[in-house]
Design a protein around this ligand. Structure first.
Ligand code: HEC
Ligand code: HEC
Ligand code: HEC
Length: 255
């Protein structure tokens, strides 16, 4: 039930649901050699805080406990190899304004609750108090990608975390560009965008709903790529991993 589908789609949902579920698990599993062209990231010249300015600001106080890779010991990384500002992780609510069904399904899903789920909270807090917050980078690479990539997972971080409630959010999954072969959870997060122009320019800040509706091809480019689409997944036997969710837990109230 957790693969999200939009009300704007009318294809056969049941079978696609099963397929998408595999896909989603597939995203957490790596297979080497899959290459997706990464579009270049265009910083908006009007934005005072460019992506690289954000990254260097975070890097000043970040604990690089596990070496130069800021996201270790997790296997996930970003296309730039460095941090992504929190505002770029668009709230799922915004997507939900147009993709009503997808949002309703996702909100109840394991992905939508991956961070706030009480068992997870207990486990990750224990890890944090016993070993240190840096070790939770491994967990959060799957359970709360925005927390990892914003650089929030370091002692006394000042990064604001409005994204926590979204766990594995729409924009987190839909911004994944490729997998990196590093092992389980080894995926590559792109700079999130709402529109990707034909020339590869990635637009996010200030993009209005009307601009999305006026330029659906650019919106599709931003949200979909072969890695996420049916055909490329079906060719891959390695993705046939059983989805087990043995126990049902009570619903977590939406805040
Ligand atoms: C202003 C309305 C609007 C907003 C906001 C919006 N979308 Fe869309 N989205 C659309 C429309 C319209 C389409 C094209 C209709 C279709 O695919 O059937 C679309 C298509 C898509 C597709 C399908 C692309 C494809 O190739 O099939 C995905 C995935 C998607 N949106 C994800 C998102 C995500 C994730 C967000 C939030 C970050 C988002 N959308 C925000 C209107 C919106
Ligand atoms: C590679 C991705 C990945 C990593 C890394 C990861 N998890 Fe998970 N975790 C999952 C998935 C997927 C599930 C859901 C399994 C299911 O429901 O079938 C899950 C479920 C859980 C659950 C159960 C939540 C529930 O709904 O009952 C807990 C607790 C948990 N993980 C804790 C952790 C901790 C602590 C770490 C770090 C030490 C961690 N996880 C690292 C992917 C990951
Ligand atoms: C765990 C990863 C993941 C998350 C989270 C996720 N999606 Fe998707 N989404 C996918 C994949 C993979 C597909 C492709 C499914 C397919 O081709 O069958 C997809 C497909 C879609 C489509 C196209 C559906 C169709 O019927 O063609 C839309 C629209 C969409 N997602 C919107 C959203 C929105 C909105 C959210 C958040 C409320 C969201 N997604 C959350 C992975 C995700």
């Amino acid at each position: 039930m957790f693969p999200p589908f939009s009300k704007v789609s009318n294809s056969s949902r049941a079978s696609r649901g099963a397929v998408a579920r595999l896909a989603v698990i597939g995203l957490l599993v790596t297979f080497a050699g899959f290459v997706v062209k990464n579009a270049r990231v265009t910083a908006n010249p009007d934005t005072p805080k460019t992506p690289s300015a954000y990254a260097s600001e975070i890097a000043r106080t970040y604990d690089f406990k596990f070496g130069a890779n800021p996201f270790a010991p997790g296997n996930a990384t970003t296309t730039t190899g460095t941090f992504i500002a929190g505002e770029m992780f668009v709230a799922a609510k915004r997507c939900g304004a147009c993709h009503t069904d997808a949002h309703a399904q996702w909100r109840q899903s394991a992905h939508g609750n991956a961070f706030r789920e009480p068992f997870y909270q207990k486990n990750v807090k224990d890890l944090q108090s016993q070993k240190g917050i840096e070790f939770t980078r491994h967990c959060e690479s799957c359970h709360n990608p925005a927390a990892l990539f914003t650089g929030a997972l370091t002692k006394n971080s000042k990064v604001k975390r409005p994204f926590d409630d979204d766990g594995v959010s729409c924009i987190s999954c839909h911004s994944i560009q490729s997998v990196n072969g590093r092992g389980i959870g080894g995926y590559v997060m792109g700079e999130p965008a709402l529109l990707v122009k034909e020339d590869g320019a990635r637009l996010l800040e200030g993009v209005t709903d009307q601009q999305i509706l006026n330029d659906v091809p650019s919106h599709r480019r931003a949200m979909m790529r072969p890695l996420l689409s049916c055909s490329s997944r079906l060719s891959r036997k390695s993705r046939r991993i059983p989805t087990t969710r043995a126990t049902k837990r009570p619903a977590i109230p939406v805040t």
